[in-house]
Structures are given as structure tokens and as C-alpha cells.
Design a protein around this ligand. Structure first.
Ligand SMILES: NC(=O)n1nc(-c2ccco2)nc1N
Length: 325
């Protein structure tokens, strides 16, 4: 059966490359029909040789049976919330607090600037490059085991795109539902007399809390990674947060394309205004920006204020009048 194993490995690797180019690089290698054809070829071959099916196969996204409940998972590193800024003065206070603690003028400081995605924070653990477990943020220390549901999200890789993966890598990010998918979901729910969701964030949360992964699998969820938790490897990580996110992307982890490096107060404000102007055309909900000191060593020197990091601030937009549906 080494012949069959080689054929299976080739099919799985090809499908993984197609998924990486489509979902992470936003640059499909083949038309959807070709992807579907190859996926069916793999499904048929695995059907003939069920003993050769591996958990990291692209066919293994949707779990068989619904769960009775969610197990609890304790985060090895707490998942903390962010301190908020609502004005330029608040931002200046954030910059001043940084300058009070490290001998660097904020004008010289590099920041990793990110849109603040309005979804659900999750943690995904890869062991030797294989997706092993996933959890919600929960209260920051313990969350719910949503591994089966996370596996159904099409842009979440089941296997990292590298020949030598880290022993352990915990990816942290936001799972959200794009606006178009949210509207279509509510239309279908209305047509079927089912309950509708008030907003995409609630829809994402409800979809991740489904006990039946087959239902989650039909929901248009998207992951965007924004930080690394546990990391164990012979190789060192890059020393900058932005560079770490680009490294995650090279491993097949989706990272938001609006993320930029900026230096000093003016460039931070320019990023905030740039994203605010783009907000209505992004196609997914955001509620501000997240501005992080880029240098990891400086982040560690700055540490956290009780729950929130001293090295990051969520600069939020003014509340939008909520659409009443
Ligand atoms: N929600 C969101 O988009 N976040 N949240 C963080 C975060 C939370 C704690 C550290 O970083 N970063 C981004 N882009």
C-alpha cells in the first residue's frame, strides 16, 4: 500500500497548497471546479482505504457526531483583554505611559497597527505542525474546547505549511463572520422561520458554540491571527510582532492584510484615520484599531497592567448607531 500512501500524500499536499493560495494568499492557483474534483478524488481514495485516513487530511474538517457539551481548557498563557482609547488625548496618555517606563521617545518607537476585528478571540494549538486543540478566550484563563468547530473553518489549516514545524505553536486570533455571509445566513434563517442573529459578532459566537460541527461547517466563519501564545521550537521567533505575523502567514495561518508598521504618533493617527475611512468597505465588522509596540523585548519590559497589556491599546471608533433589523 505504499503506492496508495504516496498517491494519498500527493493529493493531500496538493489540496493543502490550493487552500493556502486561496485562503491565505488570496490568490487561487486553480479554479474551484479543479479543487472540488481533486477533493472528491481524495474522498473516494480514502473511502476505499479508511485505515489510511489521517486527521490532518483536508477531508477531515467536519466531525462526525455532535458533542454533549464543551470541555474546559486552561490557557497556559492568559488571554488578556485590551485597554481602550477613545480620543487622541487617550492615545497620548498611552504613549506617555510607555515613555515613563522605557528610555525611548514614542516618536522613535515602531508600532504594529491592526484593525480591531469584532468577532470572538480563539486559541489554536499546533503540535508538530498538526492542529490538535482549539479554545475560546473564555474569562482569559479558561475557555471552552471548540476544536471540532474550529476545524470546520476553511481558512484554518489542519497542518502547517512547513517541512520543519515548531514542536508547539499556539496561534491566537479572531474568528468573525463577514457581513455578506451574515446577511445570507439571516435571510436563510428567516425563510426557514428560524431565529436570526442581531449582528455578525453574535452570529460568529453562536456558530462557534454549536455542539454539532456539521452546523458550524455551514457557517461562513473566517479566522485572522493576531498573536502567538505558547511557542516551543529549536528555532527562534522574529523579534518583532509584525515580523512574527508575517512568519505565521508563511506557515499557512491567515493574517489580516491591513496590518502595517508605523513609527511615532503622527503615523499612528494616520493609520487610525485610514482604517476608519476604509471601515465601511472592508466587508467585515471592526470596532477600531489595535496599536502594539512592535519590539517583543520592549513589550516584555512594559508588561501588563493587571489584566491588560501596557504595550498595546485598542483605539476604538465612536459607537456607530446600531442597525435595527
Ligand atoms: N480583536 C482584534 O482584532 N485584536 N485583538 C488583539 C489583541 C488582544 C490582545 C493582544 O492583541 N489584536 C487584535 N488585532
Amino acid at each position: 500500500t505504499t503506492q496508495i500512501k504516496q498517491q494519498l500524500d500527493r493529493l493531500k499536499e496538493t489540496l493543502r497548497q490550493y487552500e493556502y493560495h486561496y485562503h491565505v494568499l488570496d490568490n487561487p492557483l486553480v479554479p474551484d471546479a479543479e479543487y472540488d474534483r481533486l477533493m472528491n478524488e481524495l474522498k473516494n481514495l480514502e473511502w476505499q482505504h479508511p485505515d489510511l485516513i489521517t486527521t490532518d487530511s483536508p477531508t477531515q474538517r467536519v466531525g462526525a457526531k455532535p458533542l454533549d457539551g464543551f470541555a474546559q481548557i486552561t490557557h497556559e498563557i492568559p488571554m488578556l483583554s485590551l485597554d481602550n482609547a477613545f480620543s487622541d488625548d487617550d492615545l497620548d496618555g498611552f504613549l506617555r505611559r510607555i515613555e515613563d517606563r522605557i528610555p525611548v521617545k514614542s516618536q522613535q518607537l515602531e508600532f504594529c497597527c491592526e484593525p480591531k476585528l469584532d468577532g470572538l478571540a480563539v486559541s489554536i494549538l499546533y503540535v508538530d505542525g498538526i492542529l490538535i486543540q482549539a479554545a475560546t478566550r473564555g474569562d482569559g484563563n479558561t475557555g471552552e474546547d471548540i476544536t471540532a468547530n474550529i476545524r470546520t473553518i476553511r481558512n484554518v489549516p489542519l497542518k502547517l505549511n512547513t517541512p520543519n514545524p515548531p514542536a508547539r505553536l499556539e496561534v491566537r486570533g479572531e474568528v468573525f463572520m463577514p457581513q455578506q455571509g451574515f446577511e445570507q445566513l439571516n435571510e436563510r434563517a428567516l425563510a426557514k422561520g428560524e431565529k436570526t442573529f442581531a449582528n455578525p459578532r453574535n452570529a460568529a459566537a453562536g456558530s462557534l458554540r454549536q455542539l454539532d460541527p456539521k452546523i458550524t461547517s455551514q457557517r461562513p466563519l473566517v479566522l485572522n491571527a493576531y498573536s502567538i501564545g505558547v511557542y516551543e521550537s529549536d528555532d527562534q521567533l522574529p523579534t518583532g510582532h509584525f515580523e512574527r505575523l508575517q512568519w505565521l502567514k508563511s506557515l499557512g495561518i491567515p493574517v489580516n492584510s491591513e496590518i502595517k508598521l508605523a513609527q511615532g504618533r503622527e503615523q499612528l493617527l494616520a493609520f487610525y484615520q485610514h482604517i476608519q475611512q476604509k471601515r465601511s468597505s472592508l466587508g467585515y465588522d471592526i470596532d477600531g484599531t489595535v496599536l502594539k509596540v512592535n519590539d517583543i523585548a520592549l513589550q516584555e519590559q512594559l508588561g501588563f497592567i493587571s489584566k491588560a497589556p501596557r504595550w498595546a491599546i485598542a483605539y476604538k471608533f465612536p459607537a456607530q448607531e446600531e442597525m435595527t433589523i
